[in-house]
Design a protein around this ligand. Structure first.
Ligand code: ASP
Length: 389
């Protein structure tokens, strides 16, 4: 499907966006130990001040003097005074945005379901007051966050854009400036809803994204689908994107905070007892992801014990799913090995990324309204575009 130009606005106004800050490289400072997102007020204020003083991100005249920043505490988080972008087009469209900085600035490798619950609750609480949302995250687990938010906010009528940077804002070469500006445009002005990842002049479908490089500024890809939006000289988008609407988010599901989804890689020589040991070591385990070879293959000979271990796990009503460890994932029962796997109740992840499978399972096992069979069925059903139908 080819991209078409995004319709140009015919009039200008202010668009309101809430930005949630969670840390990551974008907010990191240089320390003796390397780049690190700091929690001290001074470092947070410096992050805000950098944004407030950046001519592409802040209409300084409107925003005033930022030497003494009158930030306010909202619960455990810090709300900074609103900023306004310069005019974004000839009609004078601008985005007025507020940064709500989360209590705990972290490297995203530290992120847990508890942090996703905090982010989701803040998005829910603030849903009616803004036209869209931006979540600033470290890039390492950004695709997990965008996948989780996709399921928690399925069918909601506003955009949630997740972004970050490969180089901190404090560095002259930071990519964070345009990632943030373009996220504000996407969440504030463009006519589309849904959870996207805005990075390096593209918006990717949140539940299809995966981090593909720790070095390239083009850090994310959606291996199985085209980018939703391209922000080149002209902004173009896929013609079938979901439009903004008044649809509210679904009732908030609180994700289980105890580890509930186990992820196991298949490699040459793996045995059933290695898998069983991992599964038994997680008493709160409700689902297991098997990252298998190719189209869903793994050793099935009797002596490896792999099939037996997985079959016993399914019998304990733990969801077992298989995704492909290939860069462009796809599970289809082409070989006898994969067919055997599916025949014992292991569920195919089709072309889901590992991140999407993890997020979907975390969401399904947290829903008390679903039985084990419901969860098995839902896992295989496309909910939010995470599987090619
Ligand atoms: N380790 C960092 C993080 O995920 C990497 C980044 O933000 O680019 O927080």
């Amino acid at each position: 499907m080819s991209h078409t130009p995004v319709p140009e606005p015919t009039e200008g106004r202010e668009h309101r966006v809430l930005v949630l800050g969670t840390g990551g490289t974008i907010a990191s400072e240089r320390t003796a130990e390397g780049f690190k997102p700091l929690n001290e007020k001074k470092a947070r204020d410096a992050f805000y001040r950098r944004i407030a003083r950046h001519p592409q991100l802040s209409d300084a005249d409107a925003c005033g003097d930022f030497d003494n920043i009158p930030a306010t505490k909202v619960g455990r988080n810090t709300r900074y005074p609103p900023l306004r972008t310069p005019a974004l087009d000839e009609h004078g469209n601008t985005v007025v945005y507020e940064i709500l900085d989360l209590e705990n600035h972290m490297d995203s490798s530290e992120m847990t379901p508890k942090d996703w619950n905090i982010i989701a609750a803040l998005l829910h609480e603030n849903w009616d007051n803004y036209e869209g949302f931006v979540v600033l995250s470290g890039t390492d687990t950004l695709a997990y966050t965008s996948s989780v938010l996709t399921f928690l906010f399925v069918d909601a009528g506003k955009p949630i854009t997740v972004t970050g940077a490969q180089i901190p804002l404090r560095e002259a070469r930071s990519d964070g400036w345009y990632n943030l500006l373009e996220s504000l445009i996407v969440s504030g002005c463009l006519p589309y809803a849904g959870v996207g990842v805005c990075f390096n002049h593209e918006v990717l479908q949140g539940c299809r994204a995966t981090k593909s490089s720790p070095n390239l500024l083009h850090a994310f890809e959606t291996p199985s689908v085209a980018p939703w939006i391209r922000l080149n000289v002209r902004i173009t988008a896929l013609p079938n994107l979901t439009r903004r609407s008044a649809a509210p988010p679904p009732p908030l599901i609180t994700l289980q905070e105890a580890p509930s989804v186990l992820s196991c890689a298949i490699y040459p020589g793996i045995t059933g007892s290695i898998l069983a040991t991992q599964i038994h070591s997680m008493p709160t385990c409700k689902a297991v992801i098997i990252s298998a070879f190719g189209s869903g293959n793994l050793p099935v000979k009797e002596e490896s014990g792999v099939l037996q271990a997985l079959e016993a796990t399914v019998k304990r009503e733990i969801l077992v799913v298989v995704v492909s460890s290939c860069h462009i994932p796809n599970i289809y029962p082409l070989y006898a090995l994969g067919v055997r796997l599916l025949s014992i109740g292991v569920l195919p992840g089709f072309d889901m990324t590992h991140e999407a499978a993890f997020a979907k399972l975390s969401w399904l096992v947290s829903r008390s309204d679903l039985s084990f069979e419901d969860r098995q069925r839902e896992f295989q059903t496309p909910i939010a575009g995470e599987i090619t139908a």
